[in-house]
Design a protein around this ligand. Structure first.
Ligand code: WT7
Length: 703
C-alpha cells in the first residue's frame, strides 16, 4: 500500500498518489495562428450555464433534413435523447455534400502494408459512387433495410468505411468487430446484435504476409448458430478482386464474393434515408465485467455532431489537411476519428493496412513524408514501440505535424516528451485525449491552441464536459488534494451511448447505479456518469487518469475483461479455476497473466499451451497471455472469492500485503516462489513499480 503521511484511513479508490507535477508546454505559436479554436471565447460559449445549447455549435457543422425541436430531452433519463425532432443522414453528411462541393477532393488515402504496393487515393466523388453501389447491393441482394443490424468483421481496407457508410445511408445499424478478434468473439457479437448478414474479407496483410481471414467467418457462424442466431448471407470482399486469399471453401448459397455481385449495381444510386436524430447509427462492443458482450449503441444526430465538433476543435482538422489516425477502425477511435469525424468535416483521412513497424520503425514517418500528413493520432503503445525500435528515425524524414494526439492509455511523461520533441520536432501541439467506447468522443483534453499541455495529464474536461471525482460515498474529492477517486461526468453530452444494446438494465447498473440517488429524477444533475477510471485532479483542474477501477485489463489500449479471459480458459475441460491479472509491461502498458488450477488427477503437461490457445480462439491474439501459471489452488477469501490482488502482486513482484485473513494463506508463499523463480529464470524481472502502478496492482479486483 502506498504510504499515507496524514495517517488518515483511505479506501482503495482513494489511494494517495504522489508524483511530481510536470511542467507546462505552451502551444507552438505557428499552430495557434492557424487553429480552428484559437479564440478563448469558445471556452465561454461552452461554460456550464450554456449547457446544453452550447452543443448546437457542433450540430451546426452538419446538414440537417429537418432541424431539431429540442436540444436535450431528459424525459427518459438517463436514456438521453439529443436533438429530438431533427432528421439527417450520416452518410450524406460524410460523403454526398462534399462530393457535390468538390468531387475530385481526396476523401480516403489507403496505404497497403507492403511498401512496394501502390497508395490508393479515393476522391469524394469515387467514394459516393462506391458507397451507392454497395448500398444498392445491401438493399437488393442482401435484403437489408433500415433498423436491421449487420456485423462487419473487416481489416483496415477502404472497403470497411465504404461498408459502414453504405449501411449508414440506409439506416442499417453496423456492428464492426475488430478484425484481430477471433471467429468465436465475432460469433457472440453476431448473436447478441441479431445480425443475419456478416460482411468480411478473404485476407489482409499483417507484418508482411497475408492472413487467412475468411476462415474466421466460418467459426463465427458456428458460434452464432450455437447461440441460436442464424446467418443467411456472408458477403466476402476480396483483398484483390478475382483472387481468393483464403483456403476456406465458400459455402454454396451462403457465401458470396462482393466483386462477383457488385457489377450488377454499377452506377446505381440509392437515396440516403432521412433518419431520426435519435436513431441508432452503430453498435460497438466492448469488454465488461460479465461474460455477455456489451454493445454500446451510438446515435445518428448526437454522435455525428459530437465527433464532427471534437474533430474540428481538438484534432484541428481543416478541409485541406491530411489527417492520419493509426488506430484500427474496429475500435471506437477509428469509427469516430478515422471515419465519421474527419469525413463529416470533408478532409482527407489516411487508412493504413498494417502494423506500424513493418518493415521497420521508420515506416510511419515515411508515410507521413510521402502523403504530406500534418495531423497524426496514435496510442501510447505505438509510441513506446516506435521509440524503442527507432528513437532517431523521425529526424530522418521530412514531414511536419501541426497537431498530434495520444489516446487509449495513460502516457508516461518521458514517452510524451519523446513524442513531442522527436516525432513532433517540437512544433506540434499534442492532445492527450481521454475517453471510452461508451462516450463516442473525447471527455478530457486540452483545447490545443488555448490550453497548455502537461505530460501525463489529459487536461481539463473537454468543452461542455464537466467531470467530478467522487469517493465511494459520493463526496467530491477536491482538485489539488492529491487523492484519487472515481471519475464521473456530471452531465450528458451528444456523443454518449444511448444504451447497452438489448440490455437497458445493464446500462443503468454499470454507468449510473453507483452515484444516482433518485432513479425517478428527470433532471440531468442527478445522473453522474461513472466512467470506470480512477483519476486525480491537480490544482489547475488537469486530470490524470490512473486506469480502470473495474476488472478490466487495458492491453495496448484495448479493454479485456477478466471474466472473458477466465471463461475462455475454462473452455479447457481440464481447468478447474482460472484468474486473470495484469502485469506491467513497458511497451504494451499491461499484459495478461493467467493463473489456473486443474481438476484432480490431471497431468499438468502442455496445459499452459492449451489455455493460451483457448484464449486466442475465444477472444483473439491480442489477449494472448504473457504467462500461464498452473497453481495447486487459488488464494481465496473465506467466502470463496479469488484474491486477484494477491496473485497480481506476485506476478509484478510487489508485496502481497496481509494475507492472514484468507481462507488458505499458506498457499501464497509457494505460488510466489514458483512464479517469481520461473520469471527470474526467464530474465523477466520487472523494474521497480511507481506508486500508482503499485496501487493499481495491489488493489486489483478489489477484494
Ligand atoms: C479506457 C477506455 C476511447 C479511446 C480508446 C480506448 C483508457 C483512454 C486514455 C488517455 C489515460 C486512457 C481509460 C478508459 N484511456 N484514453 N488519454 N489517458 N487512459 O477505448 O477501449 O473503451 O477504453 O481506456 O482507462 O477507461 P476503450
Amino acid at each position: 500500500m502506498t504510504e499515507n503521511s496524514d495517517e488518515e484511513v483511505v479506501s482503495e479508490s482513494q489511494i494517495a498518489v504522489h508524483w511530481r507535477e510536470e511542467e507546462y508546454y505552451p502551444p507552438p505559436p505557428a499552430f495557434v495562428a492557424q487553429a480552428n479554436a484559437n479564440d478563448p471565447a469558445i471556452l465561454d460559449r461552452f461554460a456550464e450555464d450554456k449547457f446544453p445549447d452550447c452543443f448546437t455549435e457542433y450540430a451546426d457543422l452538419l446538414d440537417w433534413d429537418r432541424r431539431w425541436d429540442t436540444v436535450l430531452d431528459t424525459s427518459q433519463a438517463p436514456f438521453w435523447r439529443w436533438f429530438t425532432g431533427g432528421r439527417l443522414n450520416a452518410c450524406f453528411n460524410c460523403v454526398d455534400r462534399h462530393a457535390a462541393a468538390d468531387p475530385d477532393k481526396t476523401a480516403i488515402i489507403w496505404v497497403p502494408e507492403l511498401e512496394e504496393d501502390e497508395t490508393l487515393y479515393i476522391s469524394y466523388g469515387d467514394l459516393l459512387r462506391r458507397v451507392n453501389e454497395f448500398a444498392a447491393l445491401l438493399q437488393d441482394f442482401a435484403g437489408l433495410k433500415t433498423g436491421d443490424r449487420v456485423t462487419l468483421h473487416m481489416p483496415m481496407v477502404p472497403e470497411l468505411p465504404i461498408t459502414m457508410l453504405a449501411c449508414a445511408r440506409l439506416g442499417i445499424i453496423h456492428s464492426q468487430v475488430f478484425g484481430g478478434f477471433s471467429g468465436n468473439a465475432c460469433g457472440t457479437r453476431i448473436a447478441d446484435s441479431g445480425s443475419r448478414v456478416l460482411i468480411t474479407m478473404d485476407g489482409y496483410y499483417r507484418a508482411g504476409s497475408i492472413t487467412d481471414h475468411k476462415v474466421k467467418a466460418d467459426e463465427a457462424l458456428a458460434e452464432a448458430a450455437r447461440l441460436d442466431q442464424e446467418v443467411d448471407k456472408v458477403l466476402v470482399w476480396r483483398r484483390q478482386p478475382g483472387q481468393y486469399a483464403s483456403a476456406t471453401p465458400m459455402a454454396d448459397g451462403r457465401d458470396f464474393f462482393v466483386d462477383d455481385l457488385i457489377g450488377k449495381y454499377a452506377g446505381q444510386e440509392v437515396e440516403p434515408v432521412s433518419m431520426d436524430a435519435t436513431a441508432p447509427l452503430f453498435l460497438m462492443y466492448t469488454s465488461g465485467t460479465t461474460g455477455r458482450p456489451k454493445g454500446a449503441q451510438h446515435s445518428t444526430g448526437g454522435y455525428l455532431s459530437y465527433v464532427a465538433g471534437t474533430s474540428k476543435v481538438y484534432q484541428d482538422i481543416h478541409p485541406n489537411d491530411v489527417y492520419w489516425c493509426m488506430a484500427d477502425i474496429g475500435w471506437i477511435t477509428g469509427h469516430s476519428y478515422i471515419v465519421y469525424g474527419p469525413l463529416a468535416l470533408g478532409t482527407s483521412t489516411v487508412i493504413y493496412e498494417g502494423v506500424p513497424n513493418y518493415p521497420d520503425g521508420g515506416r510511419p514517418w515515411r508515410i507521413a513524408q510521402k502523403l504530406g500528413v500534418n495531423i497524426f493520432h496514435t496510442s501510447p503503445t505505438a509510441i513506446r514501440m516506435l521509440r524503442k525500435v527507432g528513437p532517431d528515425e523521425p529526424a530522418k524524414y521530412d514531414y511536419q505535424f501541426k497537431n498530434m494526439t495520444t489516446v487509449g492509455e495513460p502516457i508516461e511523461p518521458e514517452v510524451w516528451r519523446w513524442y513531442y520533441s522527436s516525432v513532433g520536432k517540437g512544433q506540434a501541439a499534442i492532445t492527450d485525449t481521454w475517453w471510452l467506447t461508451e462516450t463516442g468522443g473525447f471527455l478530457g483534453s486540452t483545447v490545443p491552441a488555448l490550453q497548455p499541455m502537461k505530460p501525463g495529464s489529459c487536461g481539463p474536461g473537454a468543452l461542455g464536459i464537466f467531470p467530478v471525482i467522487y469517493d465511494e460515498n459520493r463526496n467530491e474529492i477536491p482538485a489539488g488534494s492529491g487523492r484519487a477517486g472515481n471519475i464521473c461526468i456530471r452531465n450528458p453530452w451528444p456523443g454518449i451511448m444511448q444504451t447497452v444494446w438489448g440490455q437497458p438494465e445493464r446500462f443503468l447498473d454499470v454507468y449510473y447505479r453507483k452515484y444516482n440517488a433518485d432513479p425517478d429524477s428527470k433532471d440531468w444533475h442527478d445522473w453522474p456518469f461513472l466512467c470506470g477510471d480512477g483519476a486525480v485532479r491537480s490544482e489547475d483542474g488537469y486530470i490524470r487518469i490512473l486506469g480502470r477501477i473495474d476488472d478490466v485489463i487495458n492491453v495496448a489500449g484495448h479493454r479485456l475483461g477478466t471474466k472473458e479471459l477466465e471463461s475462455a480458459a475454462l473452455t479447457v475441460p481440464e481447468v478447474a479455476e482460472a484468474a486473470a491479472v495484469p502485469v506491467i509491461d513497458d511497451i504494451r502498458g499491461r499484459m495478461v497473466e493467467m493463473y489456473v488450477s486443474l481438476k484432480p488427477g490431471v497431468v499438468p503437461d502442455g496445459m499452459e499451451a492449451k489455455v493460451t490457445t483457448a484464449i486466442e480462439t475465444e477472444i483473439g491474439k491480442i489477449a494472448r497471455p504473457k504467462n500461464v501459471w498452473i497453481v495447486p489452488d487459488m488464494p481465496k477469501t473465506r467466502s470463496g472469492k479469488i484474491m486477484r490482488r494477491v496473485i497480481a502482486s506476485v506476478s509484478n513482484f510487489a508485496d502481497v500485503g496481509d494475507v492472514t485473513t484468507l481462507a488458505n494463506p499458506e498457499i501464497v508463499e509457494g505460488i510466489r516462489q514458483h512464479v517469481q523463480k520461473a520469471k527470474v529464470d526467464k530474465g523477466d524481472t520487472p523494474r521497480p513499480l511507481t506508486d500508482t502502478e503499485l496501487a493499481e496492482i495491489q488493489s486489483f479486483g478489489n477484494e
